[in-house]
Design a protein around this ligand. Sequence first.
Ligand SMILES: Cc1cc2nc3c(=O)[nH]c(=O)nc-3n(C[C@H](O)[C@H](O)[C@H](O)COP(=O)(O)OP(=O)(O)OC[C@H]3O[C@@H](n4cnc5c(N)ncnc54)[C@H](O)[C@@H]3O)c2cc1C
Length: 437
Amino acid sequence: MKKIALIGFGASAIGFLKGFEEFGLNKIYSVDVYEKGEDIGRTGFGGLKYDGKLFISKGMGGDLEIPLSVQRRVVEFYLLKSGLAKTDNKGIVVFSENLERGASFENEELYKKFYHAGFEPIRSHFYHLGTDLLTETVQKIYEDYITIDNVNFHFGEEVIQIIPQESKVVVVTKNGEGVYDKVIVAVGRRGHKLVNDMVKNHPELILSNDKVDLGIRFELPDHVVAELNKEMYEFKIRLRSKTGYIVRTFCNNPSGKVTIEKYDDFVTVNGHANSNQKTSNTNFAILVTHSFTQPFNDPVGYGSYISKLSNILAGGDKVILQCYEDFKNSKRTKKLGRVEPTLDSSYYILGDLNLALPRRTIESIIDFLERLEEVIPGITYPDNLLYGAEVKFYTNKINNGFFENIKIIGDCSGWTRSITYATAHGYMLAKSMSEMN
Ligand SMILES: Cc1cc2nc3c(=O)[nH]c(=O)nc-3n(C[C@H](O)[C@H](O)[C@H](O)COP(=O)(O)OP(=O)(O)OC[C@H]3O[C@@H](n4cnc5c(N)ncnc54)[C@H](O)[C@@H]3O)c2cc1C
């Protein structure tokens, strides 16, 4: 029997193991799953821990060509495990009444309203699991997977090196090493070091790396965006702003909470929503895409330094909070207005984001919000809140044809940015392996 090492147990690994069983690969291969989290409750950091919004869309979530039918199956898989959907006696998946879901821009009137104001509305379907249901959903998936023949989990095993050899691959952990016929790297965005180390030795692995998205988390009372939240839950739009930069909304959380995202040496903002324990505010990110050209080749460094700068100004592991009017007028916020922040006050300081974000980023955000006011009256209330910085890093886009027996899947491959796409990426790899055998 041939041996596979699957590194990481996040969304893409879940997809791979689903296909592994479904396509009968467990008759040919055994799999060792190496996960650095100490147990199933301590795996990863991301959409399978926080929020868990599942999308079906051609316009967002990754740059792979994933058929909508595959995306739908991925989403149904998670919903069935979470208990938010059931299969009826004809085998049709039926959603629970408690499932928060919606479709963005199916309403043609709304679509046209945004379009007319210069925005590009992104069509998608989404389904919200909620932070509180995710833990047991992932636990159930894991319990099913441990029963698959020839799948062995190794928790608390961080892989520190992958060494390609002639026809085998050596996988090195802190506790020892193993030799495998195939290695599947599924370590997510936070496991980028492992992939970066491979790239250092094999620069040909990279297809491209030139972007970072920088911006803020916006928070306002639910009632201002109530119609949109009800109609779509998540509204995704893009705009080419007057600066020439593309600005987009990301991760809308009706009645949600703003949170902190901790990296090794800085913190940024993020947001999520529970399926219960609602707040009375909505938050979403406004992100500006910065694309660089040679000789500059460190977009991750650029985003990290801006984040660190905002932390330094906030006096440590904190972010800056500012009211919109003050942001527009480059004035430090000293007093909040009617909107009560949902982020714990120990994580922010009232300040001026103009000291941390580049001018073109700020102008792009202001242009975006002022134009949005035409479609959503109240979005530019002076006391609406901005938290910064929010940063989305793009990982290097990997050439998966480079190594025959090493495949890099999910967010660490640079090809996916969502649970649906990452899971589908793993699933499609299992499918293509089964077709080759
Ligand atoms: C705060 C946050 C919220 C998000 N919310 C959403 C959302 O609502 N909807 C959505 O679609 N997407 C969301 N995302 C994105 C989504 O989480 C990712 O796109 C998706 O999880 C990527 O799957 P993956 O398998 O590539 O990586 P992950 O799911 O991150 O899994 C990687 C796994 O590898 C393990 N690992 C890392 N390095 C090593 C190593 N060296 N050795 C062994 N194990 C290792 C990690 O512990 C982890 O368990 C969110 C991301 C963040 C950060």
